[in-house]
Design a protein around this ligand. Structure first.
Ligand SMILES: Nc1ncnc2c1ncn2[C@@H]1O[C@H](COP(=O)(O)OP(=O)(O)O)[C@@H](O)[C@H]1O
Ligand SMILES: [Mg+2]
Length: 240
C-alpha cells in the first residue's frame, strides 16, 4: 500500500534482529525493530538502560552488522552494502555524536572538528577553515585553538556537535548527547541541535533518558524488550 501524503522516510528499519554472543551467553538485544524516521524531524529514542538503544544507533550508522532485517537510509539499502561502502556512505551522509564526546585530546577544537573532512581527503587548510566556521555556529569561534582539556563539558559537547555537523550530514545520530551535562547546558545543547541539526531535508535521531529534554523532540519512540512498543508525537507548549 502506498499513500502519497506520507512524508518520505529518511531512515526505514524493518525487522531488525541483533544478538551478541553464542550458545549459553547469547543475548538477543533487538528482536524485530520496525521504525521510520522522517526528513525534517527530530526523533527521540527512549528505553531502559541496556535495552539496545546504542546497538540500534550503531546499526543505523552501519557500524554494526545486523543478523536480520533491512535498513534503508536516504533510499540506499545500507544493510545490503559491504562494510567498506557503508563507511563511505556514512562519511558522506551521517554525523554521530557520542555520549562522552570522544574528542581527540592532542588536537585543538578546530582540528577535532576538521577530522571528518580530512578523512574525506579535503585539504587541511580548507578543512580547518570549514571547521572554524562550524565552531562559530556553535558559539565557540573564540575557542578554535583550545585543546579539549581547556574546555568545559558543555563546550566539549559543542565541539563534538560541530564535528558531527561539519560535513553537513542529512542524518544526525546522537547517543545521549546531554548525559554528561548539567541541566542548563543540556537545554542549550538541545536548542543547538534543533537549530543547526534539523532542516527540511535532514533529520536527527537522539537517544536519551533525560526527561528534561523530551519536549525538544518531534516524536518519541520507546524501545522495550527489543522492540519499538510505542511512538508518540510530542506537543510543545506555546506552539501551534
Ligand atoms: N559488542 C557487544 N558485545 C556483547 N554484548 C554487547 C555488545 N554491545 C552491546 N551489548 C549488550 O547489548 C545490550 C544492549 O546494550 P546497549 O545497546 O549499549 O544498550 P543501551 O544503549 O540501551 O543502554 C547490553 O546487554 C549490552 O551488554
Ligand atoms: Mg547506550
Amino acid at each position: 500500500m502506498t499513500d502519497h501524503h506520507t512524508p518520505s522516510a529518511a531512515v526505514s528499519l524493518r525487522g531488525i534482529v541483533k544478538s551478541f554472543g553464542t550458545g549459553d551467553t547469547k543475548v538477543t538485544v533487538l528482536r524485530g525493530i520496525d521504525l521510520d524516521i522522517y526528513l525534517g524531524e527530530m526523533l527521540l529514542l527512549v528505553g531502559e538502560s541496556g535495552g539496545g538503544k546504542t546497538t540500534l544507533l550503531s546499526a543505523i550508522a552501519g557500524i554494526l552488522d545486523i543478523d536480520e532485517g533491512n535498513i534503508d537510509v536516504l533510499g540506499v539499502p545500507l544493510s545490503a552494502l559491504p562494510a567498506g561502502k557503508r563507511t563511505t556512505f556514512r562519511g558522506q551522509t551521517m554525523g554521530f555524536i557520542y555520549q562522552q564526546f570522544n574528542l581527540l585530546p592532542a588536537l585543538t577544537a578546530a582540528e577535532n572538528v576538521a577530522v571528518p573532512l580530512l578523512i574525506q581527503r579535503i585539504n587541511r587548510s580548507e578543512a580547518l577553515r570549514r571547521a572554524r566556521v562550524m565552531l562559530d555556529r556553535v558559539g565557540l569561534g573564540d575557542r578554535a585553538e583550545f585543546l579539549p582539556k581547556s574546555l568545559s563539558g558543555g563546550q566539549q559537547q559543542r565541539v563534538a556537535i560541530a564535528r558531527a555537523l561539519v560535513n553537513e550530514p542529512r542524518l544526525l545520530i546522537c547517543d545521549e548527547p546531554t548525559a554528561a551535562l548539567d541541566g542548563p547546558n543540556g537545554q542549550k545543547i538541545m536548542e543547538l541541535l534543533r537549530e543547526v541539526g534539523r532542516a527540511p531535508d535532514r533529520c536527527v535521531v537522539i537517544v536519551t533518558h533525560d526527561s528534561r529534554i523530551f519536549h525538544f523532540g518531534d516524536r518519541m519512540a520507546n524501545l522495550t524488550d527489543g522492540r519499538i512498543v510505542g511512538i508518540e508525537t510530542i506537543t510543545r507548549e506555546g506552539t501551534a
